[in-house]
Design a protein around this ligand. Sequence first.
Ligand code: TXA
Ligand code: MG
Length: 324
Amino acid sequence: MAAEHAITVTERLTPADLDRAAELLRAGALVAFPTETVYGLGADATNEAAVAAIFAAKARPRFNPLIIHVIDEAMARRLVIFDGRAAALAQHFWPGPLTLVLPRAPGCPIPLLASAGLDSLAVRVPGHPLPRALIRAVGRPIAAPSANRSGRVSPTTAEHVLDELDGRIAAVLDGGPCRVGVESTVIDLTGPLAALLRPGGVAAEAIEETIGPLDRAPASEGAPRSPGLLASHYAPALPVRLEARTVHPGEALLAFGPRAPRGAKQVRWLSRKGDLAEAAVNLFAALRALDRPDFTAIAVMPIPEHGLGLAINDRLRRAAVRSA
Ligand code: TXA
Ligand code: MG
């Protein structure tokens, strides 16, 4: 049901726009929308054909499961089985940038395709008012991966979405730039030890304060438990050089903190004050902006490995892996 060009609905959204988007989703079409983390590519999660259309539009491998977006914990509990840890995390961090992987509930209405055949399911309650209004209007859970082509950098503006998906989606709701800038933190609660599958918008430290120590290994392993965490991901066309303390000839520089080395053909600051939350907001837009043939590579200054720095460094390490 993709239109020739996606309908763009701008920031000043009317109730009629929302109804229209909800109608498209109920009819099985794909609608992109902002969340507090990144833009998502939404489809009715209970409609198998619509879910299949997400994989097709993104050219996403079918082994990579989707996150199901719900309005609240009660709606999540109709899809997955909660335990005490899940309840505590939901209480603390929902609505917000946290995704929980839990066992499917009996009679779960989400097709297996959405979870790539797994008997677990990833659920999240978004914090942004727009997807919340949309889920309410549709009255069904919405499956939504990031609204980029598979393997590319996640979109943090409606324009980024159209750059990669125009012609493949029915509409995009434009809510301006995303507030967090990196995707949700994904926590696997299907085993006895809660595992950090993907660092993201909620700091791992904050999660550990709530439910105790996390198994942090999955997020850094070569063969991850989260099928989506392929080593080469978020891939700009240019090589990405990490931990750069000097600039090589021809390079563009992604800078962090007040002092940047000289000599870059162009500099983009993630945060001049060295603020990790600000750096997260700017990360994906900066990678897109510097990914131009005018440069030989993107050099990236060191980013501290704590708080949101975990998510930023995770995305940068994946961006630095060259695909075969
Ligand atoms: O912030 C976000 O999470 C955004 C917005 C749109 O909500 N969504 C997002 O979705 O980043 P996506 O599809 O780009 O990433 C989903 C991640 C993947 O790494 C996937 O492998 C993992 O969640 N995942 C989903 N279901 C899973 C499951 N059942 N078991 C393990 N990992 C799962
Ligand atoms: Mg993604």
